[in-house]
Design a protein around this ligand. Sequence first.
Ligand code: GDP
Ligand code: MG
Length: 368
Amino acid sequence: MKFFSKKKKDTKIPPETDGASTSPEDLTQSDIPDPATTDSVESDEKDELIEKTDDDQTHEPEKSERKGFFGRLRTGLKKTRDILTTDIDDLFLGKRQIDDDMLEDLEELLITSDLGVQTTMDLVEGIRKRARSIAGPEELKHVMKEEVLALIRHDESQVPAEPLPRPYVVMVLGVNGVGKTTTIGKLAARAGSHGKKVLIAAADTFRAAAAEQLTIWADRAGADIVSHRDGADPAAVAYDGIEAALSREVDIVFIDTAGRLHTKVNLMEELKKIKRTITKKLPDAPHEILLVLDATTGQNALSQAEMFNDELEVTGLAMTKLDGTAKGGIVVSICSQLKIPLKYVGVGERIDDLQEFAPEEFVEALFN
Ligand code: GDP
Ligand code: MG
């Protein structure tokens, strides 16, 4: 999905701060982060982190200014990076060459960072083969960077050709709380800022207040929204969304869905019904089935991806909550174990905290 061209790294979409007028009373702060407040809290916290840890970042912007996306990704991955890099330094204490003990310890620390057993074994095997040429921790980190990058690099052939069909329909899936609605809000804002006309269909009718939450995000993003009452048939919402998109000449439609129903079977059946309904209205849609995964769930994210993919043929992944997790290795695991491309990463709750996944950048943030 490439419905917006890549922007410069430091380009920001300023969030609107008019939450008060649109915010329904039954929503809590935890449902909708208010940019006006989360901004100051978050940047204070992060500044503190930076002061303590990032001694190589001497040109920090003023407190009120947010760091670029890479800086936020790097700060977010600090815990994972600490496990990887500090422990690699320790591995070499008193040694000059890689030996079996060291590889065993390395295996353990990779698993601790949530790279998963298979990915860890692949990586360690790659390092074992190159062991003779590795004489110290810096060289080991360098080799690991290369090996990890080889595992997570994109297959560019997956990028759909321009121009995209109109409307381009993105159905968004994921278990409850992973960040589907937030991710839609962020993607809608980005697409909107690239001049695209966006419509969001609130097909999560299961959770009370889901549509209100989405309405706030849609307002912030300048997108249209189609919603029905709570408990309505989600497939009908999706249908109306596509219909409205066709008549209003919308460029991109995001379909939000529920992540929790009474049973897993119910949820999968409902999602399949939504998908069928979309296809009935627009034969080549949905063009993208985006599965949202929460990095803090570690290896669980991998099993979720397998589960959803078995039922719905997921075409892309978004990984949220990479800010502050020690489980950042899950990204490597996901990219190397699955055939589904990781398209977006999220590093916070604000509207500009989402970006296209860039493997080189990720590896830099993970090891440097
Ligand atoms: P949904 O149930 O899948 O729609 O999830 P929501 O979009 O409602 O998000 C659940 C919670 O996760 C909310 O509090 C979001 O603000 C938060 N969230 C979403 N993405 C991120 C992220 O990248 N980082 C952090 N820290 N929180 C996030
Ligand atoms: Mg939601």
